[in-house]
Design a protein around this ligand. Structure first.
Ligand code: THU
Length: 157
């Protein structure tokens, strides 16, 4: 028997000006995308913006439904759309932002487990690390490898 340990480094940002231009652009696109969410049931409007290797930026937002499980998170809306239109182009970065009552949430919004699974499979599919930027008005968190967010993922059978 052997005890193992997992650890990883991430970046905390309180002032977005510390980021490079493309990261700021992506975060702003994610914020803008959250405004178009269809979230009448939760009131939690999430936006996602991803940068592809070819420079394209794809956005998405959560789409809810009266039949609750039929809805989809912002991250998967964006990533599935990107993969459907650009099936051969790796995803480089993904920014997520969320608002409630027209106010962006203070702490970084973290993707749910299902989104982590999908983000990680996209990373593995293109053998290209995806940088995740989880925006919060007071604190943004940046993780440079989607694998860090989902240890021991399901990888098929
Ligand atoms: N949601 C997202 O779109 N992304 C996340 O990372 C967390 C949750 C959505 C799903 C649902 O429409 C609403 O937020 C409340 O859970």
């Amino acid at each position: 028997m052997k005890k193992q340990e997992l650890s990883f480094k991430y970046t905390e940002i309180t002032d977005l000006k510390e980021l490079d231009e493309i990261s700021i652009r992506l975060i702003n696109k994610a914020k803008a995308a959250s405004k178009n969410a269809w979230a009448p049931y939760s009131g939690f409007r999430v936006g996602a913006a991803l940068l592809l290797e070819n420079g394209e930026i794809i956005t998405g937002n959560n789409q809810e439904n009266a039949a609750f499980p039929s809805g989809l998170c912002a991250e998967r809306t964006a990533i599935f759309y990107a993969n459907s239109v650009f099936p051969d182009v790796p995803v480089k970065m993904l920014a997520v932002a969320a608002q409630q009552n027209d106010t962006f949430i203070k702490l970084a919004v973290a993707p749910c487990g299902s989104c982590r699974q999908v983000i990680l499979e996209t990373q593995n599919r293109f053998k290209n690390k995806i940088t995740l930027m989880m925006y919060g008005e007071e604190k943004t968190i940046i993780v440079e490898d989607a694998a860090y967010l989902l240890p021991f993922p399901f990888e098929g059978f």
